[in-house]
Design a binder for this molecule. Structure first.
Ligand code: AP5
Length: 216
């Protein structure tokens, strides 16, 4: 299955993609995670992406499309994949369709939109942090470690917050979603691929709604 998860920053795309990876054996392909890895490794792509990401703007379409085109050809994607954070512009959506056809992979099977109000998004992003060692995700209000200051998963005591989770960058990211990403919704609706789920519900209920949309 080839699945796209769409939604504004903080909608829960990463949360649901990780669950689907476990329950359905699909590979999560997060363009945000790939770019952050490129920034951390100091690759040419990372050097180009760093400032753009920290400001909350979108990285250039051609760079992103080339990155994904290479990734979906790898063996761990053979059983199917979940695109988390891609496509993010109509140009990326068109390039994705063309690349799947060129690789003989058919088309996207389903697009799930996670719909969440902006005040809730801001609250989710403002409180989010992760373990500096293993990346496990936490939240000041919704998900604290069981022992204060100690990662549940690996026991590390250092935590980090994303540079683009600062309020100025979050405002830019939300505007980028409204202006550049939301126009993708009619693109997929017109092709009969789009299902919108209530991303305001708790994560388990969101997961149930996605499972209903995907079938068994
Ligand atoms: P990216 O990493 O994709 O960030 P994003 O889309 O802004 O999404 P987030 O990771 O912030 O949120 P999410 O929807 O995954 O939510 P999460 O599950 O973490 O992109 C970062 C940057 O990279 C972009 O700004 C851009 O510069 C660049 N980039 C990436 N892709 C690109 C592309 N295709 N083109 C161009 N540039 C690109 O959840 C958020 C929080 O809420 C967590 O704390 C979680 O625990 C909590 N939570 C989740 N679900 C629920 C729920 N149902 N109820 C309550 N809390 C919940």
């Amino acid at each position: 299955m080839k699945l796209v998860l769409l939604g504004p920053p903080g909608a829960g795309k990463g949360t649901q993609a990780k669950r689907l990876e476990e329950t359905r054996g699909l590979k999560q392909l997060s363009t945000g995670d790939m770019l952050r890895a490129a920034v951390a490794a100091g690759t040419p792509l990372g050097l180009q992406a760093k400032q753009v990401m920290e400001s909350g703007q979108l990285v250039r379409d051609d760079l992103i499309v080339a990155m994904i085109a290479e990734r979906i050809g790898e063996p761990d994607c053979a059983k199917g994949f979940i695109l988390d954070g891609f496509p993010r512009t109509v140009q990326q959506a068109e390039a994705l369709d063309a690349m799947l056809v060129a690789k003989g992979l058919g088309g996207i099977d389903r697009v799930i939109e996670l719909a969440v109000d902006e005040p809730a998004l801001i609250e989710r992003i403002a409180g989010r942090y992760s373990c500096a060692k293993c990346g496990a995700g936490y939240h000041d209000k919704f998900k604290q470690p069981k022992t204060n200051g100690v990662c549940d998963r690996c026991g590390a005591k250092e935590f980090v917050r994303r540079p683009d989770d600062r309020p100025e960058a979050v405002a830019t990211r939300l505007a980028a979603y409204r202006q550049q990403t939301a126009p993708i919704l009619p693109y997929y609706r017109a092709r009969g691929l789009l299902t919108t789920v209530d991303g305001m519900a708790d994560p388990e209920e969101v997961a149930r709604q996605i499972d209903r949309a995907l079938g068994s």
